[in-house]
Design a protein around this ligand. Structure first.
Ligand code: PNS
Length: 163
């Protein structure tokens, strides 16, 4: 049986840290569904559909990765997509409490659903989407930390805003 996992998140925008987690997950599972949360109560930089398009382009040559947008409970998304593993990245101890709480809640909502944590590479351990958004908005260099297509979208966004 194929092992299919979900990698859920906001991905606003998708960073090299996220990319690293997906690539490393593929060494352990057969397929990964990158699931973008559509959160109507949170203001986002890119719409879920824009994020989906970008992430699909990042994995254009990786047929084992699929990208979907979801709303509602993650456990429900897992049920509908026949996924039994959730993947989350841990950058530092500061991530632990939040991730632990989500893990326990998801397991309580759907016993048997397993969460697999991958530690971020040191290279990416200080990167977050919010830091990338801030640096990009202030004209700083983010190219090292995000896929090329994401850097291009960020540049387009802020260059157009200056006009
Ligand atoms: O990248 P993020 O924003 O830290 O991802 C958080 C995410 C999307 C994994 C989490 O908010 C989530 O799963 N939301 C869906 C709603 C849900 O299932 N909530 C119960 C578990 S907290």
């Amino acid at each position: 049986m194929q092992r299919k996992a979900v990698y859920p998140g906001s991905f606003d925008p998708f960073t090299n840290g996220h990319l690293d987690i997906v690539r490393r997950s593929l060494q352990v599972v057969d397929r990964v569904v990158v699931a973008i949360l559509k959160n109507t109560s949170k203001q986002s930089m890119f719409s879920p559909e824009q994020r989906k398009e970008v992430i699909e382009e990042v994995f254009a040559n990786e047929p084992r990765v699929e990208v979907k947008v979801f709303s509602g409970l993650l456990v429900e998304f897992c049920r509908q997509n026949e996924v039994s593993i959730i993947i989350r990245g841990l950058r530092a101890v500061s991530d632990f409490d939040y991730e632990h709480a989500i893990f326990l809640m998801n397991r309580s909502l759907k016993p048997g659903l397993e969460t697999m944590f991958l530690m971020s590479d040191t290279e990416h351990s200080f990167i977050s989407s919010s830091i990338i958004r801030e640096v990009a908005s202030l004209g700083g260099e983010i190219e090292k930390h995000v896929p090329q297509i994401v850097a291009r979208k960020l540049r387009d966004r802020f260059q157009n805003q200056d006009k």
